[in-house]
Design a protein around this ligand. Structure first.
Ligand code: AMP
Ligand code: MG
Length: 412
């Protein structure tokens, strides 16, 4: 049996990075930057008002209330034609450029309009409610290093800078299921001995979640010719090929056999639970992941191998999940010889603790329990974790947010 870390190292050493392309920012979601991004200009590009109010000279506010002549109105998107001089103000909207001469904005709430004049009721320190040019980002500043994945907020930042980033191309992933017993999930009924295909929809979803374009190659019978044809098609149309089933020790477990004919394959037993059987190889230079058949094993193997491999191909720096420590609220049993990923829920009471509860139904076929989990508890071989003990967690899905009722009763 291979240790998990050794298997992961071998997989990540074997996958290459995809070519660098420049993409429009609206096409960049989830991709990783291939080069550092520097700000080509200040953000904001010009000093502007943070409030609707009056642009004034702060020293005019020394004695209050004060009446000032209103020279003009300036809306966001236009530029004042006049400058503010002592005794005058310009009415200004949020986001409008500060007029020449003005250094402070008094919010409209603290004013009374008169005919052609304004009475300001309260003072403000110089610079109040003015956003400086470059206050958020300065021209020339490094905004993101390479390897950063583009989250929605990062997409927004690059958009504010007018940048079409250099990224590694979006990977194309082909997915198929294997097994004579496996029927499409939309099968109207199940004949004796058949089950519905849960792996393929789950894998397609997991792959698109991390930023892949996906190709669905359906379900392949346990038949050498059919498998050979699908593998060839997959390698032809995709950067990475992922299958489920057919990699254990049964007579109909043909994936590794077929693959060794047309590509190269390592068939591994990885010292982890679930997900011990695992085929990894390449077809026509494309990495191939032959995941086990049981759906929980598929999920865990995807997390441990496919996700880090895809992120590596994308050029991402952080390819493994964040781990945090939690406290077991019940015994969490592991396996004597294998690293065990236990499906757990997380609770975070207001005292800051992270409480970890193992779910019932840890069988590798029991996807429903998996679906209730927030995290995989990483339990070293040979040791369980007793109640009150500390356990490491891989957070693949933080607990659901608050309901309306909880939001109302929790302090903000
Ligand atoms: P295998 O490794 O092909 O023998 O599959 C192991 C177990 O996983 C068997 O019980 C299969 O019926 C089940 N299985 C295989 N593929 C799928 C699938 N796509 N969806 C749900 N269960 C599956
Ligand atoms: Mg099978």
């Amino acid at each position: 049996m291979k240790r998990l870390e050794a298997a992961q190292t071998e997989v990540l050493d074997a996958v290459g990075v995809l070519p660098v392309v420049e993409v429009r920012i609206t096409e960049a979601a989830n991709l990783a930057l291939a080069a550092p991004v520097k700000a080509p200009h200040d953000v904001p590009p010009f000093p502007n008002s943070a409030m609707d109010g009056y642009a004034v000279i702060a020293s005019d506010l020394d004695v209050l209330p004060v009446e000032l002549e209103v020279l003009e109105d300036v809306a966001a998107g236009s530029v004042a034609t006049l400058g503010v001089t002592p005794g005058t103000a310009i009415k200004i909207m949020t986001g409008a450029p500060m007029p020449r001469g003005a250094d402070t904005v008094v919010p409209v709430e603290d004013s009374e309009t008169l005919d052609g004049r304004v009475r300001l009721l309260s003072g403000r320190p110089r610079g109040a409610n003015v956003r400086a040019a470059g206050g958020a980002l300065e021209a020339g500043e490094e905004v993101f290093p390479p390897g950063v994945r583009l989250t929605p907020a990062r997409v927004g930042v690059l958009a504010s800078l007018g940048i079409s980033p250099a990224v590694r191309r979006r990977p194309v992933a082909a997915v198929f299921s294997t097994g004579d017993e496996v029927l499409s999930s939309d099968a109207p009924s199940l004949p004796a001995g058949a089950i519905r295909d849960s792996n393929r929809p789950m894998l397609l979803n997991m792959l698109s979640d991390i930023g892949c374009d996906v190709r669905d190659l359906g379900i392949v019978r346990d038949d050498e010719a059919a498998l050979r044809a699908t593998l060839a098609e997959a390698a032809d149309t995709a950067d990475i090929v992922v299958s489920s089933g057919g990699v254990s020790m049964g007579e109909y477990d043909l994936v590794k056999h077929v693959l060794s004919g047309i590509g190269s394959v390592g068939f591994w037993k990885v010292a982890m639970k679930p997900g011990k059987p695992f085929a990894f190889g390449s077809i026509a230079g494309r990495p191939f992941f032959g995941l086990p058949g049981n759906p929980v094993s598929v999920f865990v193997s995807f997390e441990q191998f496919v996700r880090p491999a895809v992120l590596t191909m994308m050029g991402a720096k952080h390819v493994f999940r964040q781990r945090i420590a939690g406290t077991a609220v019940a015994d969490i049993r592991g396996d004597a010889d294998r690293l065990t990923f236990v499906r757990v829920t997380i609770e975070r009471p207001s005292d800051g603790a992270t409480l970890v509860r193992p779910l019932t139904g840890q069988g590798s076929n029991m996807l429903a329990a998996m679906a209730h989990a927030d995290a995989l508890a990483v339990v070293p071989a040979g040791l369980g974790v007793g109640e009150g003990g500390e356990v490491e967690l891989e957070m693949f899905s933080w607990p659901e947010g608050r309901s309306r009722e909880e939001a109302l009763t929790w302090p903000n």
